[in-house]
Design a protein around this ligand. Structure first.
Ligand code: 3PG
Length: 306
């Protein structure tokens, strides 16, 4: 059995070693395709793979078509919007993610970005503090929960909204539950996005929502660029010159956002989950899930149906 790790943005070496140990202990062989620049390289590498581990790498119908032996794809991470689930199901390929394994890393970056925005991107001018400010967490999944835990250490007030998580669950975590997304934006100084990219959430962060934010509001995006209506965000930021946008996913309109001097920052490449710890956790979980599936038929964390 051949397990292929195809990562355009590679794991830390320690994570690759861990993946190798798990796969070889099961009697499988490991193949690596790291830092590839061309889809053709991926199409060639998957041809004889029985299992595939990816990060944000696109696994579309063409890739699945080229992978004649493939039985399982594990997205080492949380969001699986990069995988064509329908095409995978049609070919009876199991798709899994590794929920929670990289969520602390992403949550820590949220605070790195929040402090950066509060301190005027370290330009030397007097900034503000996070203590006493109200943080709104949009979606209370693994990352959202970690963000709420860290926010309490900063002395922030914390509110969350999640369309799929009952209020009681949010409150049980010691977090104020908002009635709606609108209320969250209305009542918070900082809003941190933790929603997946789905047909419902695409471009859902729009002018109507962001325009509701308190004076000096900061929008933090470590989720997906697709959830932002970029044209509307630019429009509302042009009107509301007090607002800031910090993101770990470079917008398509990066050049236009960059004109908002002192109010915008984007990492050059998504780096929320780019820590040794997150790579090790997610990579080894992915390898273990593959072994569990291929040896014992365990389908825990499967995200597609067929
Ligand atoms: C995720 O969905 O797990 C995060 O966005 C991390 O993505 P990455 O593995 O591409 O860094």
């Amino acid at each position: 059995m051949k397990v292929l790790v195809a990562t355009e943005k590679p794991f830390a070496a320690a994570a690759v070693n861990g993946i190798r140990e798990v796969t070889e202990a099961a009697g499988f062989t490991l193949a690596l395709l790291e830092k590839y620049t061309d889809k053709a390289q991926l199409l060639e590498a998957v041809a004889d793979a029985d299992a595939l581990i990816v990060r944000s790498d696109k696994v579309d119908a063409e890739v699945l078509e080229a992978a004649g032996r493939l039985r399982i794809v594990v997205r080492a991470g949380a969001g699986y919007d990069n995988i064509d689930l329908e095409a995978a199901s049609a070919r009876k390929v199991v798709v899994m993610n590794t929920p929670g394994q990289n969520s602390n890393a992403v949550a820590e970056l949220v605070f790195g970005m929040m402090v950066m925005a509060a301190r005027n991107f370290y330009n030397g001018k007097s900034g503000t503090e996070l203590m006493g400010k109200k943080l709104g967490i949009l979606a209370f999944g693994n990352v959202g929960r970690n963000v709420s835990r860290i926010a309490k250490g900063f002395g922030m007030e914390v509110m969350a909204y999640d369309a799929y998580c009952p209020k009681e669950v949010i409150e049980a975590a010691g977090v104020e539950a908002a009635d709606s997304q609108d209320q969250l934006f209305e009542q918070c100084d900082v809003v941190s996005l933790h929603i997946p990219a789905t047909p419902e959430t695409r471009q859902s962060i729009n002018a109507a929502l962001v325009g509701k934010m308190r004076k000096g509001g900061v929008l933090v995006n470590t989720a997906r660029k697709e959830v932002i209506d970029e044209a509307q965000l630019l429009e509302v930021m042009a009107q509301r010159t007090d607002l800031k946008y910090v993101t770990d996913i470079m917008p398509d309109a990066h050049a236009r956002f960059s004109e908002l001097e002192g109010r915008y920052f984007s990492t050059p490449k998504k780096m929320g989950a780019q820590t040794a710890e997150a790579n090790i956790n997610a990579g080894i979980a992915a390898a273990s899930q593959i072994v569990g599936f291929l040896k014992d038929g365990i389908t825990r964390f499967q995200v597609n149906k067929f």
